[in-house]
Design a protein around this ligand. Structure first.
Ligand code: F6R
Length: 607
């Protein structure tokens, strides 16, 4: 996490660095800072909290310079404070860093024994101290930088400047994102390409352990064994309109309302309307021999994988293993040559998911990634990329990316099922039709939000909440609980409805809101029995069901939200919308920071 930026220009850089930092704020917002070099002096301003605080500071104290670096922090080592804020500065070196230096204690110890004093609790400071030490030992800037990087273990993207060199940026990356962007006359470094929208038209994506020394004249790049190499500049195109809130109060709300359109867009790459079938850009030649599918992701993306497990098992009849990446990467798991591994990630940069992908490389038949950012590391390291095309998701809590991930996974389900000859023509058409009808149903739900607001007004007073779902709705109960806790800070748990009686029911009393997802399907009656158990203990039930479910209930004496009619296949996609609305309005009424909830960041590039 953390966002970094560097600019080499012919004009003042501070205003642009601030603009880019605002766009990178999704990566962390515990503190922010900028350093420039002006007349061979390092100038620096840092502030605790969001970029706004830094802007206020800079408005009072000018930060001149035509070369500069900036940082927005998600704290890993050391509390959010000005001392721990980047850029860090020692001697003639100043730098910013995203990632974790795993051997920082060892280096700190060595330097401390040589008499070096540390002013912060960060791992980043050791990079700067070490580089400054090598500088003082007589190494020139380039050699000091290279020697420093050789000592570092962990994951990092680094951008440094040296006081005596107003013309160069020194950068490197290992398991953390970093791009070099080229504009008309200026050169940029950034944690992602989107933050450099409007500034660049060409970009270089560095490979692992590449080191780049960037000047206006040349970008010198060295690979991990120190050979000078060339990396291709690629053209980039941006759709500018999407990165503003429009008339919405929050990015999250805008993104919730974008879902009908995003869903259409996500499925349109796959649905062949003329032949009423699902097409894939890739041939998946090996699929006929595949005997297991492994799905790995983190957070909300993991819940998308959990839904896919139900779909793949039901329609593709293939064994499926799912796991959260942080567990998967360290487990003693075994893989087979006839397996597909699918990695799902909005950002495509999540460190645990990337590490899990690297773990299976060469051990499974093929790696598929389902990502929003197609230039991301996870996409670049997989055999097949299936883009979700959700557009930039700025709200930290994932909404439209989740339903777009489900869109792609649903298309994959239908495609794989047909490849195995498991769907009749009629079934195939019904499944495709249900996907086509999804945006309309989403819009219908989004056009009437009064009942969600009414429920949220009560929920905001609670300290806890339980979400229940059965079968394919169980992952949605988990996702709804995650959404609520992330943005409203209310403690929430998701449970399979049938598990309630094995423990959690002890929590149920008149103060416990229990939100139950009950679409009218094979498990409806069983779910309603679980609701009865909660009602019998005075629990505060909110039932979310559909028209059929509503009509078949014998009692309507508790709050019920009735959804329109839709097919069973798309249940998990449709229920995502009520989950998001409940969380959003609860947070809104509580007055929390919805787009940037405390302690979180959008792209989790640390372990
Ligand atoms: C929750 C949320 C996170 C992400 C998770 C994975 O609202 O956004 O749980 O889903 O950090 O991120 P990606 O999809 O970028 O790998």
């Amino acid at each position: 996490m953390c966002g970094i930026v560097g600019i080499l220009s012919n004009k003042e850089v501070t205003p642009t660095i601030l603009d880019v930092l605002k766009k990178l704020e999704y990566r962390g917002y515990d503190s922010a800072g900028i350093a420039t070099i002006y007349n061979n002096n390092i100038k620096r301003q840092r502030a605790k909290g969001k970029i706004e605080n830094l802007i206020k500071l800079i408005n009072q104290n000018d930060l001149p310079g035509k070369i500069g670096i900036g940082h927005t922090r998600w704290a890993t080592h050391g509390i959010p404070s000005e001392d721990n804020a980047h850029p860090h500065h020692v001697g003639s070196v100043v730098g910013v860093h995203n990632g974790i230096i795993e051997n920082f204690r060892e280096i700190k110890e060595e330097l401390s024994q040589k008499g070096y004093k540390f002013y912060s609790e960060t791992d980043t400071e050791v990079i700067i101290q070490l580089c400054s030490y090598f500088n003082k030992q007589g190494l020139n800037n380039k050699d000091a930088f290279l020697k420093t990087i050789k000592r570092l273990e962990g994951a990092f993207a680094i951008c440094l400047m040296f006081k005596d060199d107003e013309k160069k940026l020194y950068v490197t990356k290992r398991s953390a994102p970093l791009v070099i962007g080229y504009g008309e006359s200026d050169i940029y470094v950034g944690s992602d390409a989107v933050s450099l929208t409007n500034l660049i038209n060409k970009v270089i994506f560095l490979d692992e352990d590449d080191v780049a020394i960037i000047s206006q004249k040349e970008t010198e790049i060295y690979n991990r064994i120190g050979q000078k190499i060339k990396r291709k500049k690629k053209s980039v195109e941006f759709n500018n309109e999407v990165i503003n809130k429009g008339n919405f109060q929050h990015f999250m709300l805008k993104e919730i309302y974008e879902q009908p359109e995003v869903f259409t867009y996500a499925t349109s790459s796959f649905i062949n309307f003329k032949q009423q079938k699902i097409d894939m850009i890739h041939k998946f030649n090996e699929f006929d021999h595949i005997n297991r599918i492994i799905l790995v992701a983190c957070g909300t993306a993991f819940y998308a994988c959990s839904v896919a497990k139900y779909w793949f098992e039901k329609y593709v009849k293939v064994p499926v293993e799912i796991d959260v990446a942080s567990e998967f990467r360290y487990r003693d798991n075994s893989f087979g040559k006839n397996e597909y591994a699918i990695f799902v990630s909005q950002s495509g940069e999540t460190a645990d998911t990337l590490a899990a992908l690297r773990k299976v490389k060469g051990k499974v038949k093929k790696i598929i990634s389902i990502v929003n950012v197609i230039e991301s590391s996870i996409a670049r390291e997989s055999d097949f990329i299936l883009p979700i095309k959700a557009g930039p998701e700025i709200g930290v809590a994932s909404t439209k990316a989740f339903t777009a991930q489900l869109a792609v996974l649903a298309c994959l389900t239908i495609y794989f099922s047909n490849r195995r000859g498991l769907l009749s023509k009629k079934e195939n058409s019904e499944l495709i039709d249900s996907l086509v009808s999804t945006p309309r149903i989403m819009s219908k739900i989004l056009s009437k939000t009064e009942s969600y607001k009414g429920f949220a007004k009560k929920l905001m007073k609670s300290k806890n909440a339980l979400f229940l779902g059965r079968g394919i709705l169980y992952p949605l109960a988990l996702e709804a609980a995650l959404k609520l806790k992330e943005i409203s800070y209310i403690h929430a748990e998701g449970y399979p409805s049938g598990e309630l009686k094995h423990g959690p029911i002890a929590l149920v009393d008149e103060n416990m809101p229990v939100i139950c997802f009950a679409p009218y399907n094979d498990l409806f009656e069983k779910t309603i029995s679980n609701v009865e158990e909660v009602l019998a203990r005075n629990g505060n039930v909110l039932l979310i069901t559909d028209e059929k479910g509503y009509c078949s209930l014998s009692s309507h004496e508790f709050p019920i939200i009735k959804l329109p009619k839709f097919s069973n296949f798309i249940e998990p996609i449709i229920y995502a919308i009520p989950s998001q609305l409940i969380a959003y309005y609860t947070a809104l009424f509580k007055g929390t920071d919805i787009d940037q909830p405390r302690n979180l960041a959008k792209s989790v590039t640390v372990e």
